[in-house]
Ligand binder design. Structure first.
Ligand code: BES
Ligand code: ZN
Ligand code: ZN
Length: 460
Protein backbone atom coordinates (compact mmCIF):
# COMPACT_ATOMS: atom_id res chain seq x y z
CA UNK A 1 0.00 0.00 0.00
CA UNK A 2 1.41 3.33 -1.06
CA UNK A 3 -0.64 6.41 -0.13
CA UNK A 4 -1.83 8.31 -3.22
CA UNK A 5 -0.69 5.53 -5.55
CA UNK A 6 -3.36 2.95 -6.31
CA UNK A 7 -3.28 -0.36 -8.12
CA UNK A 8 -6.65 -0.70 -9.74
CA UNK A 9 -8.35 1.98 -11.76
CA UNK A 10 -11.62 3.22 -10.39
CA UNK A 11 -14.29 4.24 -12.87
CA UNK A 12 -13.60 7.72 -14.09
CA UNK A 13 -9.86 8.00 -13.45
CA UNK A 14 -8.83 11.01 -15.53
CA UNK A 15 -6.32 10.23 -18.29
CA UNK A 16 -3.04 12.05 -17.82
CA UNK A 17 -1.38 12.76 -21.15
CA UNK A 18 2.35 13.42 -21.00
CA UNK A 19 3.60 15.50 -23.92
CA UNK A 20 7.07 16.89 -24.55
CA UNK A 21 7.38 20.31 -26.16
CA UNK A 22 8.86 18.88 -29.34
CA UNK A 23 6.01 16.36 -29.60
CA UNK A 24 3.27 18.93 -29.17
CA UNK A 25 2.67 19.68 -32.81
CA UNK A 26 2.32 16.09 -33.94
CA UNK A 27 0.20 15.25 -30.93
CA UNK A 28 -2.12 18.21 -31.64
CA UNK A 29 -2.54 17.02 -35.22
CA UNK A 30 -4.42 13.99 -33.94
CA UNK A 31 -6.81 15.98 -31.73
CA UNK A 32 -10.12 17.70 -32.54
CA UNK A 33 -10.21 21.28 -33.75
CA UNK A 34 -11.96 22.28 -30.50
CA UNK A 35 -9.18 20.75 -28.41
CA UNK A 36 -6.51 22.41 -30.50
CA UNK A 37 -8.21 25.74 -30.04
CA UNK A 38 -8.59 25.21 -26.28
CA UNK A 39 -4.93 24.37 -25.89
CA UNK A 40 -3.75 27.27 -28.01
CA UNK A 41 -6.12 29.74 -26.30
CA UNK A 42 -4.48 28.75 -23.04
CA UNK A 43 -1.05 29.11 -24.56
CA UNK A 44 -0.20 25.50 -23.73
CA UNK A 45 3.37 24.85 -24.89
CA UNK A 46 4.04 21.54 -23.06
CA UNK A 47 6.83 23.09 -21.04
CA UNK A 48 7.86 20.78 -18.26
CA UNK A 49 5.60 21.34 -15.24
CA UNK A 50 2.89 22.99 -17.32
CA UNK A 51 -0.54 21.31 -17.35
CA UNK A 52 -4.02 21.95 -18.66
CA UNK A 53 -7.41 20.25 -18.29
CA UNK A 54 -9.31 19.42 -21.45
CA UNK A 55 -13.07 19.84 -20.90
CA UNK A 56 -15.36 16.92 -21.68
CA UNK A 57 -18.77 17.19 -23.27
CA UNK A 58 -20.53 17.07 -19.88
CA UNK A 59 -18.39 19.73 -18.22
CA UNK A 60 -16.18 17.13 -16.56
CA UNK A 61 -12.44 16.97 -17.10
CA UNK A 62 -11.87 14.69 -20.07
CA UNK A 63 -8.10 14.59 -19.86
CA UNK A 64 -5.16 16.39 -18.30
CA UNK A 65 -2.33 17.29 -20.63
CA UNK A 66 0.99 17.80 -18.88
CA UNK A 67 4.30 18.97 -20.29
CA UNK A 68 7.30 16.73 -19.60
CA UNK A 69 10.86 16.32 -20.75
CA UNK A 70 12.00 13.00 -22.13
CA UNK A 71 13.18 10.50 -21.18
CA UNK A 72 10.61 10.15 -18.44
CA UNK A 73 12.15 9.87 -15.01
CA UNK A 74 11.37 10.10 -11.32
CA UNK A 75 10.79 13.86 -11.38
CA UNK A 76 8.77 14.03 -14.63
CA UNK A 77 5.36 14.11 -12.93
CA UNK A 78 6.46 14.64 -9.32
CA UNK A 79 5.13 18.20 -9.33
CA UNK A 80 1.61 17.16 -10.36
CA UNK A 81 0.19 15.76 -7.11
CA UNK A 82 0.78 19.18 -5.58
CA UNK A 83 -1.19 21.06 -8.25
CA UNK A 84 -3.80 18.79 -9.87
CA UNK A 85 -7.39 18.81 -8.59
CA UNK A 86 -8.49 16.00 -6.26
CA UNK A 87 -9.33 12.72 -7.91
CA UNK A 88 -7.70 9.74 -9.54
CA UNK A 89 -5.45 9.90 -12.60
CA UNK A 90 -4.11 7.25 -14.92
CA UNK A 91 -1.43 7.67 -17.57
CA UNK A 92 -3.03 7.88 -21.00
CA UNK A 93 -0.05 6.13 -22.61
CA UNK A 94 1.87 3.23 -21.11
CA UNK A 95 5.33 4.50 -20.16
CA UNK A 96 6.91 1.03 -20.13
CA UNK A 97 7.91 -0.96 -17.07
CA UNK A 98 11.21 0.87 -16.53
CA UNK A 99 9.61 4.32 -16.36
CA UNK A 100 6.49 3.09 -14.57
CA UNK A 101 8.23 2.62 -11.23
CA UNK A 102 10.14 5.88 -11.60
CA UNK A 103 7.00 7.87 -12.38
CA UNK A 104 5.00 6.32 -9.55
CA UNK A 105 7.91 6.95 -7.18
CA UNK A 106 8.06 10.59 -8.19
CA UNK A 107 4.33 10.95 -7.69
CA UNK A 108 4.67 9.45 -4.22
CA UNK A 109 7.62 11.71 -3.37
CA UNK A 110 5.56 14.68 -4.58
CA UNK A 111 3.05 14.10 -1.79
CA UNK A 112 5.53 14.85 1.01
CA UNK A 113 4.52 17.30 3.73
CA UNK A 114 6.07 17.92 7.13
CA UNK A 115 2.96 18.12 9.28
CA UNK A 116 4.28 17.81 12.81
CA UNK A 117 3.87 21.46 13.68
CA UNK A 118 1.35 22.68 11.12
CA UNK A 119 -1.55 20.97 9.45
CA UNK A 120 -0.85 20.24 5.81
CA UNK A 121 -3.32 19.84 3.01
CA UNK A 122 -3.59 16.20 3.98
CA UNK A 123 -5.06 14.91 0.77
CA UNK A 124 -3.51 14.57 -2.66
CA UNK A 125 -4.79 13.23 -5.95
CA UNK A 126 -4.16 9.55 -6.59
CA UNK A 127 -2.14 8.07 -9.43
CA UNK A 128 -3.22 4.72 -10.76
CA UNK A 129 0.14 2.99 -10.93
CA UNK A 130 1.07 2.38 -14.56
CA UNK A 131 1.41 -1.18 -15.85
CA UNK A 132 4.64 -2.72 -14.62
CA UNK A 133 5.08 -0.53 -11.54
CA UNK A 134 7.03 -2.23 -8.75
CA UNK A 135 4.91 -0.96 -5.88
CA UNK A 136 7.14 -2.47 -3.22
CA UNK A 137 10.00 -0.43 -4.64
CA UNK A 138 7.90 2.73 -4.74
CA UNK A 139 6.96 2.23 -1.12
CA UNK A 140 10.55 1.46 -0.11
CA UNK A 141 11.92 4.64 -1.64
CA UNK A 142 9.04 6.73 -0.31
CA UNK A 143 9.46 5.49 3.26
CA UNK A 144 13.21 6.02 3.21
CA UNK A 145 13.10 9.50 1.70
CA UNK A 146 10.25 10.62 3.94
CA UNK A 147 12.06 9.31 7.01
CA UNK A 148 15.18 11.28 6.11
CA UNK A 149 13.22 14.43 5.26
CA UNK A 150 11.23 14.25 8.50
CA UNK A 151 14.35 13.82 10.61
CA UNK A 152 16.11 16.75 8.97
CA UNK A 153 13.04 18.96 9.26
CA UNK A 154 12.70 18.27 12.98
CA UNK A 155 13.90 21.18 15.10
CA UNK A 156 16.91 20.38 17.25
CA UNK A 157 14.86 20.94 20.39
CA UNK A 158 12.81 17.88 19.48
CA UNK A 159 15.52 15.84 17.77
CA UNK A 160 18.62 15.78 19.94
CA UNK A 161 21.07 12.87 20.14
CA UNK A 162 18.69 10.87 22.36
CA UNK A 163 15.73 11.29 20.03
CA UNK A 164 17.83 10.46 16.98
CA UNK A 165 18.99 7.28 18.73
CA UNK A 166 15.38 6.41 19.59
CA UNK A 167 14.41 6.68 15.92
CA UNK A 168 17.33 4.46 14.92
CA UNK A 169 16.45 1.86 17.57
CA UNK A 170 12.85 1.89 16.43
CA UNK A 171 13.98 1.24 12.86
CA UNK A 172 16.26 -1.57 14.04
CA UNK A 173 13.34 -3.07 15.92
CA UNK A 174 11.10 -2.99 12.87
CA UNK A 175 13.57 -5.10 10.89
CA UNK A 176 14.86 -7.36 13.65
CA UNK A 177 18.32 -5.77 13.68
CA UNK A 178 20.68 -5.88 16.66
CA UNK A 179 21.53 -2.56 18.15
CA UNK A 180 23.69 -0.89 20.72
CA UNK A 181 23.94 2.73 21.82
CA UNK A 182 27.01 3.91 23.71
CA UNK A 183 26.09 7.00 25.72
CA UNK A 184 27.94 9.79 27.53
CA UNK A 185 30.98 8.81 29.60
CA UNK A 186 30.74 5.25 28.29
CA UNK A 187 32.13 6.74 25.08
CA UNK A 188 35.37 7.30 26.98
CA UNK A 189 35.35 3.80 28.44
CA UNK A 190 34.73 2.28 25.00
CA UNK A 191 37.29 4.54 23.31
CA UNK A 192 35.32 7.07 21.29
CA UNK A 193 37.09 10.13 22.71
CA UNK A 194 36.31 12.54 19.87
CA UNK A 195 32.59 11.76 19.83
CA UNK A 196 32.62 12.50 23.55
CA UNK A 197 34.68 15.68 23.26
CA UNK A 198 32.50 17.21 20.57
CA UNK A 199 29.22 16.33 22.28
CA UNK A 200 30.01 16.73 25.96
CA UNK A 201 28.98 20.40 26.31
CA UNK A 202 25.39 19.72 25.26
CA UNK A 203 22.47 18.94 27.55
CA UNK A 204 21.66 15.90 25.42
CA UNK A 205 24.55 13.49 26.00
CA UNK A 206 26.61 12.40 22.97
CA UNK A 207 26.23 8.82 21.80
CA UNK A 208 27.26 6.30 19.20
CA UNK A 209 24.44 4.37 17.56
CA UNK A 210 25.44 0.95 16.22
CA UNK A 211 23.00 -1.24 14.30
CA UNK A 212 23.72 -4.60 12.67
CA UNK A 213 21.42 -6.50 10.41
CA UNK A 214 21.49 -9.53 8.13
CA UNK A 215 23.45 -12.74 7.72
CA UNK A 216 26.74 -12.35 9.62
CA UNK A 217 28.52 -14.32 6.89
CA UNK A 218 27.29 -12.09 4.04
CA UNK A 219 29.47 -9.28 2.59
CA UNK A 220 29.84 -6.48 5.11
CA UNK A 221 28.49 -3.07 4.13
CA UNK A 222 28.97 -0.29 6.68
CA UNK A 223 27.11 3.02 6.63
CA UNK A 224 28.28 5.96 8.71
CA UNK A 225 26.27 9.17 9.03
CA UNK A 226 27.17 12.51 10.59
CA UNK A 227 24.62 13.01 13.34
CA UNK A 228 25.24 16.54 14.57
CA UNK A 229 21.75 17.41 15.79
CA UNK A 230 22.70 21.06 16.02
CA UNK A 231 25.94 22.73 15.01
CA UNK A 232 26.44 26.05 16.76
CA UNK A 233 30.09 25.91 15.75
CA UNK A 234 31.09 25.35 19.36
CA UNK A 235 33.39 27.97 20.91
CA UNK A 236 34.30 29.01 17.35
CA UNK A 237 30.68 30.06 17.16
CA UNK A 238 28.98 30.41 13.81
CA UNK A 239 27.39 33.65 12.65
CA UNK A 240 23.61 33.98 12.89
CA UNK A 241 23.32 33.32 9.17
CA UNK A 242 25.68 30.38 9.32
CA UNK A 243 23.82 28.86 12.25
CA UNK A 244 20.29 29.32 10.97
CA UNK A 245 19.86 25.93 9.31
CA UNK A 246 22.20 23.86 11.42
CA UNK A 247 19.38 21.64 12.64
CA UNK A 248 20.10 19.88 9.36
CA UNK A 249 23.63 18.92 10.40
CA UNK A 250 22.41 15.37 10.98
CA UNK A 251 21.45 15.14 7.29
CA UNK A 252 24.12 12.48 6.70
CA UNK A 253 22.74 10.34 9.52
CA UNK A 254 19.21 10.84 8.19
CA UNK A 255 20.31 9.74 4.71
CA UNK A 256 22.13 6.66 6.03
CA UNK A 257 19.11 5.71 8.15
CA UNK A 258 16.98 5.97 5.02
CA UNK A 259 19.43 3.85 3.04
CA UNK A 260 19.59 1.28 5.83
CA UNK A 261 15.81 1.12 5.78
CA UNK A 262 15.79 0.42 2.03
CA UNK A 263 18.45 -2.29 2.29
CA UNK A 264 16.67 -4.03 5.16
CA UNK A 265 13.23 -3.67 3.61
CA UNK A 266 14.48 -5.15 0.34
CA UNK A 267 16.24 -7.94 2.21
CA UNK A 268 19.48 -7.52 0.27
CA UNK A 269 21.94 -10.36 0.97
CA UNK A 270 24.46 -8.26 2.89
CA UNK A 271 25.61 -7.88 6.46
CA UNK A 272 24.60 -4.28 7.08
CA UNK A 273 26.03 -2.07 9.76
CA UNK A 274 24.96 1.48 10.53
CA UNK A 275 27.06 3.74 12.73
CA UNK A 276 25.82 7.17 13.73
CA UNK A 277 27.79 9.36 16.09
CA UNK A 278 25.01 11.59 17.44
CA UNK A 279 25.95 14.81 19.21
CA UNK A 280 25.12 18.46 19.57
CA UNK A 281 28.02 20.85 19.01
CA UNK A 282 27.18 23.22 21.83
CA UNK A 283 28.81 25.93 23.92
CA UNK A 284 29.33 25.52 27.66
CA UNK A 285 32.12 25.68 30.23
CA UNK A 286 33.11 22.10 29.48
CA UNK A 287 33.16 22.52 25.71
CA UNK A 288 36.25 21.36 23.79
CA UNK A 289 38.40 24.33 22.78
CA UNK A 290 40.52 25.61 19.92
CA UNK A 291 44.05 24.43 20.66
CA UNK A 292 42.94 21.34 22.54
CA UNK A 293 44.52 18.11 21.39
CA UNK A 294 42.25 15.09 21.25
CA UNK A 295 43.47 11.52 21.11
CA UNK A 296 41.29 9.72 18.59
CA UNK A 297 40.08 6.12 18.74
CA UNK A 298 42.81 5.21 16.30
CA UNK A 299 45.45 6.77 18.57
CA UNK A 300 46.27 9.62 16.23
CA UNK A 301 46.29 12.94 18.06
CA UNK A 302 44.23 15.76 16.59
CA UNK A 303 44.87 19.43 17.32
CA UNK A 304 41.69 21.47 17.21
CA UNK A 305 42.22 24.35 14.83
CA UNK A 306 38.52 25.10 14.79
CA UNK A 307 35.70 23.67 16.89
CA UNK A 308 33.33 24.18 13.97
CA UNK A 309 35.07 21.40 12.07
CA UNK A 310 33.37 18.95 14.43
CA UNK A 311 31.82 16.55 11.93
CA UNK A 312 35.13 15.09 10.84
CA UNK A 313 36.06 14.46 14.48
CA UNK A 314 33.03 12.38 15.37
CA UNK A 315 33.14 10.64 11.99
CA UNK A 316 36.81 9.79 12.46
CA UNK A 317 36.06 7.70 15.55
CA UNK A 318 33.01 6.09 13.92
CA UNK A 319 34.90 5.33 10.69
CA UNK A 320 37.81 3.86 12.62
CA UNK A 321 35.38 1.64 14.52
CA UNK A 322 33.63 0.58 11.32
CA UNK A 323 36.94 -0.19 9.58
CA UNK A 324 37.99 -2.54 12.38
CA UNK A 325 35.88 -5.35 10.94
CA UNK A 326 37.22 -4.71 7.42
CA UNK A 327 33.96 -4.19 5.58
CA UNK A 328 33.69 -4.82 1.87
CA UNK A 329 32.42 -1.29 1.47
CA UNK A 330 32.19 1.61 3.89
CA UNK A 331 29.95 4.54 2.97
CA UNK A 332 29.71 7.79 4.87
CA UNK A 333 27.45 10.77 4.35
CA UNK A 334 27.82 14.11 6.06
CA UNK A 335 26.82 17.76 5.84
CA UNK A 336 30.53 18.22 6.32
CA UNK A 337 31.67 21.48 4.74
CA UNK A 338 30.42 24.77 3.39
CA UNK A 339 33.30 24.42 0.94
CA UNK A 340 31.57 21.48 -0.78
CA UNK A 341 28.61 23.78 -1.36
CA UNK A 342 30.89 26.40 -2.88
CA UNK A 343 32.45 23.72 -5.09
CA UNK A 344 29.37 21.96 -6.47
CA UNK A 345 26.42 24.06 -5.30
CA UNK A 346 23.35 22.97 -3.42
CA UNK A 347 22.03 20.19 -5.64
CA UNK A 348 24.95 17.87 -6.25
CA UNK A 349 26.37 15.46 -3.73
CA UNK A 350 30.16 15.87 -3.61
CA UNK A 351 31.56 12.35 -3.82
CA UNK A 352 35.03 11.19 -2.81
CA UNK A 353 36.45 7.74 -3.40
CA UNK A 354 39.66 6.13 -4.64
CA UNK A 355 37.66 3.18 -5.99
CA UNK A 356 37.24 3.94 -9.70
CA UNK A 357 34.92 1.00 -10.36
CA UNK A 358 32.71 2.04 -7.50
CA UNK A 359 32.57 5.58 -8.81
CA UNK A 360 31.70 4.46 -12.32
CA UNK A 361 28.79 2.40 -11.08
CA UNK A 362 27.68 5.17 -8.75
CA UNK A 363 27.74 7.76 -11.47
CA UNK A 364 25.62 5.54 -13.70
CA UNK A 365 23.01 5.04 -10.98
CA UNK A 366 23.08 8.68 -9.95
CA UNK A 367 22.24 9.70 -13.50
CA UNK A 368 19.57 7.04 -13.95
CA UNK A 369 17.90 7.84 -10.64
CA UNK A 370 18.25 11.59 -11.06
CA UNK A 371 20.03 11.64 -7.69
CA UNK A 372 22.97 13.69 -8.90
CA UNK A 373 26.51 13.14 -7.67
CA UNK A 374 29.80 14.67 -8.72
CA UNK A 375 33.22 13.19 -8.12
CA UNK A 376 35.79 15.23 -6.23
CA UNK A 377 39.47 14.41 -5.81
CA UNK A 378 41.17 12.94 -2.76
CA UNK A 379 44.13 15.14 -3.64
CA UNK A 380 46.90 13.91 -1.36
CA UNK A 381 49.17 16.98 -1.71
CA UNK A 382 46.62 18.96 0.32
CA UNK A 383 47.16 16.68 3.29
CA UNK A 384 50.14 18.75 4.34
CA UNK A 385 47.95 21.77 5.00
CA UNK A 386 46.62 19.86 8.03
CA UNK A 387 50.05 19.25 9.53
CA UNK A 388 50.25 20.20 13.18
CA UNK A 389 53.46 21.10 14.94
CA UNK A 390 52.49 19.28 18.13
CA UNK A 391 49.90 16.67 17.10
CA UNK A 392 49.58 14.09 14.32
CA UNK A 393 47.07 16.20 12.43
CA UNK A 394 45.07 19.42 12.72
CA UNK A 395 41.32 19.25 12.19
CA UNK A 396 41.41 22.11 9.68
CA UNK A 397 43.74 23.10 6.86
CA UNK A 398 45.72 26.32 6.82
CA UNK A 399 43.63 27.64 3.93
CA UNK A 400 39.90 27.70 3.27
CA UNK A 401 40.53 26.75 -0.35
CA UNK A 402 39.75 23.13 -1.17
CA UNK A 403 38.05 22.77 2.21
CA UNK A 404 35.84 19.87 1.11
CA UNK A 405 38.95 18.02 -0.08
CA UNK A 406 40.93 18.53 3.11
CA UNK A 407 37.89 17.41 5.13
CA UNK A 408 37.67 14.24 3.01
CA UNK A 409 41.43 13.64 3.37
CA UNK A 410 41.03 13.99 7.14
CA UNK A 411 38.34 11.30 7.14
CA UNK A 412 40.40 9.04 4.89
CA UNK A 413 43.09 8.78 7.58
CA UNK A 414 40.62 6.80 9.69
CA UNK A 415 39.26 4.40 7.08
CA UNK A 416 42.20 2.01 6.75
CA UNK A 417 40.89 -1.54 6.90
CA UNK A 418 37.78 -0.91 4.82
CA UNK A 419 38.28 -2.57 1.42
CA UNK A 420 36.56 0.32 -0.28
CA UNK A 421 35.34 3.66 1.03
CA UNK A 422 33.19 6.43 -0.38
CA UNK A 423 32.39 9.74 1.28
CA UNK A 424 29.48 12.05 0.42
CA UNK A 425 29.62 15.70 1.44
CA UNK A 426 25.97 16.67 1.06
CA UNK A 427 23.61 19.60 1.50
CA UNK A 428 20.79 17.60 3.09
CA UNK A 429 18.32 20.35 2.30
CA UNK A 430 16.39 21.90 -0.59
CA UNK A 431 16.68 25.67 -0.25
CA UNK A 432 14.47 26.22 -3.30
CA UNK A 433 11.57 23.99 -4.31
CA UNK A 434 11.65 21.70 -7.35
CA UNK A 435 9.03 19.19 -8.51
CA UNK A 436 8.71 16.50 -5.84
CA UNK A 437 11.29 18.26 -3.67
CA UNK A 438 9.77 20.91 -1.41
CA UNK A 439 11.90 23.32 0.59
CA UNK A 440 13.32 21.46 3.57
CA UNK A 441 15.20 18.30 4.41
CA UNK A 442 16.30 16.07 1.56
CA UNK A 443 17.75 12.57 1.35
CA UNK A 444 20.84 12.96 -0.81
CA UNK A 445 22.57 10.08 -2.64
CA UNK A 446 20.52 7.25 -1.21
CA UNK A 447 18.42 6.35 -4.22
CA UNK A 448 21.58 6.00 -6.29
CA UNK A 449 23.31 4.07 -3.50
CA UNK A 450 20.40 1.72 -3.02
CA UNK A 451 20.37 0.84 -6.73
CA UNK A 452 24.11 0.27 -6.62
CA UNK A 453 23.80 -2.10 -3.66
CA UNK A 454 20.79 -3.87 -5.18
CA UNK A 455 22.81 -4.41 -8.37
CA UNK A 456 25.95 -5.59 -6.59
CA UNK A 457 24.11 -7.80 -4.16
CA UNK A 458 21.07 -9.12 -5.98
CA UNK A 459 18.57 -11.15 -4.08
CA UNK A 460 19.15 -14.86 -4.77
N1 BES B 1 28.08 21.62 9.37
C1 BES B 1 29.11 22.44 8.88
C2 BES B 1 29.21 22.47 7.37
C3 BES B 1 28.07 23.02 6.57
C4 BES B 1 27.82 24.38 6.53
C5 BES B 1 27.35 22.19 5.75
C6 BES B 1 26.81 24.88 5.76
C7 BES B 1 26.35 22.68 4.95
C8 BES B 1 26.07 24.03 4.96
C9 BES B 1 30.46 21.99 9.40
O1 BES B 1 30.48 21.41 10.66
C10 BES B 1 31.32 23.21 9.44
O2 BES B 1 30.99 24.12 10.14
N2 BES B 1 32.41 23.21 8.67
C11 BES B 1 33.27 24.32 8.59
C12 BES B 1 34.68 23.80 8.53
C13 BES B 1 35.73 24.87 8.67
C14 BES B 1 35.74 25.39 10.10
C15 BES B 1 37.06 24.26 8.33
C16 BES B 1 32.93 25.11 7.32
O3 BES B 1 32.55 24.49 6.32
O4 BES B 1 33.01 26.33 7.36
ZN1 ZN C 1 30.66 22.83 12.23
ZN1 ZN D 1 28.70 20.49 11.26
Amino acid sequence: MVPHVATDAPEGAVPLRLVAANELESWLAGRTAAERQWLSRHGFAAKSGEWLALPGADGAVAEIVAGVERPLDVWSIAGLPGVLPAGAYRLADSPGAESATALATGWALGTYEFTRYKTGRGSFPTLIAPEGTDLAEVSRVREAVFLARDLINMPSEDLGPAELAAVALDLAGQFGAESEVIVGDDLLVRNFPMVHAVGRAATGAPRLIDIRWGDPTAPRITLVGKGVCFDSGGLDLKTAEGMRWMKKDMGGAAAMLGLARMVMDAGLPVRLRLLVPAVENAVAGNAFRPGDILRSRLGKTVEIGNTDAEGRLILADALAYGAEEQPELMIDAATLTGAARVAVGLELGATFTDDDDLWQALERHARAERDPLWRMPLWQPYRKSMESRIADIDNVGTSRYGGAITAALFLQEFTGGAKSWVHFDIMGFNMTPRPGRPVGGEAFAIRALYRLLAERFPKP
